[in-house]
Design a protein. Structure first.
Length: 405
């Protein structure tokens, strides 16, 4: 009896010691992925973790701007997640603050050569170094149309305007709705007039004829031609499209799944061409992928690099493509039958072909801040398009100067 009690006590002590054994090291990924994609990421982290039993792999969601700000604060304090999954426009600020690892010496050429160079460069370089390994490309705006209301999307702005009568006859309130008062959703039209927000030296070019003409066109679509709402933000545009009150919307890949889930038979197309110039609008194209916190060192850094290789493998990229319609960054995945035979993905890639790469310089953030007040003032009647362009340029130069002093 005594021996049995001792044996039981020994087993209990062993269990206690096992429970109190060395704790696992945590490797954290922050992302802004949609819920369905976060579920898949959880599965991939668990799969990877089975081969690394001394580590605990977790993820945490933040909205994009929250993720950027919180990552900066945490990394500067010597903390934060090992990996951040985000669009590549964060790279400029992160590099200037020296809070992410350069990656060119952490991956071999056999791995890096497997990523797209055309039609877009997948992995992001800046100031001579590699900073982000992409798991997808694009993240760009397209024209989305409801096939039940519109069989063929317009190829030009004039064709878009001419749809007003036929849509009215079908009791469709608007031809098009989109979040046009937000600069990100307006800049494609600047490219359609042959301009851009920067010159080749990243000096702002906002007080220019293309900017004035793009802003005036959007104003006229609302107030002269009345084919878009006179007041519209992201939520209003989304609701109008889902309710069948507009035939088209301009939106990005984060939205397409919600339209399909709502039972809308959607098609994608290029944003209509500018008749006067013959140029297509140029939405911003940005790879999304993984950057590595500068605070990650030694063996944990090695495992983190292995995790990036796993998450961005052809097999796992295609799992995200099947689930969420993402455009893979790996050549073999991009060339796969899954991608090449998917009509929506091919339509999205067609728009990508005329897009412009997202500038990764820190100045881009000040461009957005400079554009917003004056550009939005056009639609409230406070300024003309010409006055807004002047004000945008002046504020951009001021913000850049003040933030560089």
């Amino acid at each position: 009896m005594k021996q049995r009690i001792l044996s039981g006590a020994a087993i209990l002590l062993m269990a206690v010691f096992a429970a109190c054994g060395p704790s696992k090291q945590k490797i954290m990924v922050w992302s802004s992925l949609r819920p369905v994609e976060r579920n898949l990421l959880d599965s991939l982290l668990q799969e990877f973790g089975r081969n690394h039993p001394t580590y605990d792999f977790r993820q945490l969601f933040y909205a994009p701007e929250e993720a950027r700000v919180n990552f900066i604060i945490a990394a500067l304090a010597g903390k934060g997640p090992e990996l951040l999954h985000s669009a590549n426009d964060n790279i400029g600020p992160f590099v200037e603050l020296d809070i992410i690892h350069p990656l060119e010496d952490k991956f071999g050429p056999d791995f890096l050569d497997g990523f797209l160079q055309q039609p877009v460069q997948a992995n992001s370089r800046f100031r001579g170094h590699l900073w982000q390994i992409a798991d997808r490309v694009g993240n760009h705006l397209c024209l989305v149309y409801n096939k039940a209301l519109l069989k063929k999307p317009p190829q030009t702005i004039n064709e878009l305007i001419e749809l007003k009568q036929s849509m009215a006859e079908r009791k469709v309130q608007y031809v098009l709705a989109w979040n046009y008062t937000e600069p990100f959703f307006a800049v494609p039209f600047i490219g359609g007039y042959g301009g851009w927000v920067f010159d080749e030296n990243f000096n702002p070019t906002l007080n220019t004829e293309p900017v004035r003409r793009a802003a005036q066109l959007i104003y006229d679509l609302a107030n002269k031609y009345e084919v878009i709402p006179k007041e519209c933000d992201y939520e209003i545009a989304n609701a109008l499209f889902k309710d069948g009150l507009t035939a088209m919307i301009i939106n990005g890949p984060w939205s397409w799944g919600t339209y399909l889930a709502a039972g809308i038979d959607i098609g994608l197309a290029r944003i209509p061409k500018i008749d006067e110039t013959g140029l297509w609008p140029t939405p911003l194209v940005s790879p999304m992928g993984y950057t590595v916190n500068k605070n990650v060192k030694d063996e944990k850094l090695r495992v983190t690099i292995e995790l990036i290789k796993w998450l961005t493998s052809v097999k796992n990229q295609l799992r995200f493509t099947r689930l969420a319609g993402t455009i893979p960054s790996r050549i073999d995945a991009y060339d796969s039958d899954l991608v090449q035979s998917d009509s929506l993905l091919q339509q999205a890639i067609d728009q990508l072909m005329v897009g412009k790469p997202m500038p990764v310089v820190t100045k881009m953030r000040w461009i957005w801040d400079a554009m917003r007040p004056a550009y939005q003032g056009i639609f409230s009647g406070q300024v003309t398009a010409a006055q807004a362009a002047e004000q945008m340029q002046a504020l951009a130069e001021k913000l850049i100067r003040e933030n560089r002093e």
